[in-house]
Design a protein. Structure first.
Length: 139
């Protein structure tokens, strides 16, 4: 058994070496992790069980559904109406677009209950608004 600090240093060396060799990041992570597991003497069966059980975590299962909800709200136009309402309420304040983003995010978080849905739902609308405003100048 090697010293744990040395193992961790070698893990990062293997990881970055594989990245320098232009191995895809996922395989570089896999190679570094495999080196770490072998060097520490961990049971490969335990590692396999943990890898297969990780996607069954409820929080990880909810992320795609929050993104789906955000996309459905974008297609339905709810996010545009919400953003327009928030812009009417606080858009007149100096720095109004930033205030509008925060205000819309507060309301959207109250509706969805998740930051992931907020990013997936309002993110696209906010980006379009930012590009529209900064490409034509202040309105």
């Amino acid at each position: 058994m090697m010293d744990t600090v040395l193992i961790k240093i070698l893990f990062f060396i293997v990881f970055f070496l594989l990245m320098v060799l232009k191995v895809p990041i996922a395989f570089s992570m896999l190679g570094g992790s495999l080196f770490y597991v072998i060097a520490t003497g961990e049971s490969l069966m335990m590692v396999t069980q943990r890898m297969l059980a990780a996607p069954l975590n409820f929080a990880l299962l909810a992320v795609p559904f929050f993104l789906l909800a955000g996309n459905m709200m974008n297609r339905g136009g709810i996010t545009n109406k919400l953003f327009s309402f928030c812009r009417t309420m606080v858009g007149w304040i100096p720095g109004g677009l930033g205030h509008t983003n925060v205000f819309a995010s507060i309301i959207f978080a109250g509706m969805s209950g998740a930051a992931v849905a907020d990013a997936g739902g309002l993110g696209l609308v906010e980006l379009k608004s930012l590009f529209r405003i900064f490409s034509t100048g202040p309105q």
